[in-house]
Design a protein around this ligand. Sequence first.
Ligand SMILES: [Zn+2]
Length: 60
Amino acid sequence: MILPDEHAQITPSTKEETPRCPHCDGELNDLKFKEFSGKGRSVYLLFCPHCRKVLKIFDA
Ligand SMILES: [Zn+2]
C-alpha cells in the first residue's frame, strides 16, 4: 500500500471523487469483506463488490 509521507495532508474525498477498483475500474461506494477463521485466528479479505477481486487481506 502507498502511504503519504509525513508532510502530506489527508483530506476526505468529495462526492465526485469516488475511489475506483484497480482491477475492474468500478466505483467503490461500498466494499465487501469475507471472514475466514480457525484455530483462534481470523483473517479478513476485503474485496470489490463488482468483480470480487481481493483488494486487501488483514488479520483481526
Ligand atoms: Zn473490481
